[in-house]
Design a protein around this ligand. Sequence first.
Ligand code: GTP
Length: 412
Amino acid sequence: MERTVKAKTIRELRAIKDEYENDGGNQGLDYVHLNDPLLSEVDPNRTNYFVNRNSLNPPLGEVDRKTRRKIARIKFSQLIFQATVGVFFATFGLYSVFFSGYDCALEANTVAEDPTYAGSMISNMKWKNAMETMPAYAQLVVGPAGSGKSTYCHMMQQHFQVLGRSCRVVNLDPAAEQYQYEAEVDIRELISIEDVMDDEELRLGPNGGLVFCMEYLTENFEWLKENMDPQEDDYYIIDCPGQIELYTHLDVMKVIVDKLKSWDFRIGAVFLMDSQFLVERGKYISGTMAALSCMTKLEVPHMNIMTKIDVLSPSAREEIDNYTDPSCYERVENATKYTKRYAKLVDSLFRVIDDYSLVNFQPLDSSDEESINYALAIIDTMLQWGEDQDVKVRDEEERDFENEMTDLNLDD
Ligand SMILES: Nc1nc2c(ncn2[C@@H]2O[C@H](COP(=O)(O)OP(=O)(O)OP(=O)(O)O)[C@@H](O)[C@H]2O)c(=O)[nH]1
């Protein structure tokens, strides 16, 4: 059944409008679009007038069918638009909270630990951007005892000075007797191997004592953070203890690495191996396995370096060149006489390492500036120490002052 439409003609509307204006606007005209200039041009008896879109709830019963449909269409498109915008923002919100990788809990902890963090973020946009894009960087110098870790740290510190780059060296070896580099942080101020070994209650030997010291450090991370005081874009070189168990099957170094990561460090492990222990095939396998287990244990970008290249004989040096390219493993001479079975085992292990490009050693000659530069370039790439960052060059005046002081000392 056709519904009766109580529509008004344009003539009637004009009358209402006049009345409305004379009445001081007391009558409700919220739904009629009387100001439409087209209305003056159309038939005054026409009934399908426009409804004012600004009116929230036009009484639909008061309009003809055509207009009613038009209102419905407008309302439907509004609904679709609102739904689309709603879904977009809801998806964006969900993504940013759950899937973007942003660690809200970590951020909250950092702010709780250091309230100035939030303050600086708000007041200094440059700092905020820098924190987001520039973490602190750290070379974790690891490897067996006597592989040359402390010497490497000293050499790198000097090389950084030559390059005019800034780096901060940290000693995390509680058993270090002496080192040549200038350490900004020394674990021995917190705990040293002597403290532990001399303790009547603990009664630990050198190996157990070292593990105890490292575990003690994990219980005192506030000390480490306070002393390291990592700032954005800082570059650290961390000298680690030489007990190989720390990197192969104990968890303590991994705990330290994870903590540093949580402080927004970008870490890479630099695994040092004495080249004397690599010149022979069997030794090379065991060195490779040690490097491999360290790599899988620490779970950070990893680089292997052969140290003490300068003390190799010319023939050993020639042989060692074969190790720098994993595809040349097959050319490596079998220097010792193995039993058939052992030779087969060594061959198989070599093949696995070769086939999967698992481990490669970069030779480092500490007396050759070019060799150090090359190793550093690889490490920088590994740490993604990018080209877009400002190189922290020491202030010229500061450098002049230091030179003057050195001269004075020499004169004395
Ligand atoms: N010729 C030569 N000797 C080196 C080189 N690197 C280290 N050494 C020597 O190797 C010995 C051990 O070096 P360190 O730097 O103390 O080794 P480390 O890995 O720190 O030793 P631990 O602290 O005991 O784990 C020292 O006598 C160094 O002088 C090198 O590149 N060439």
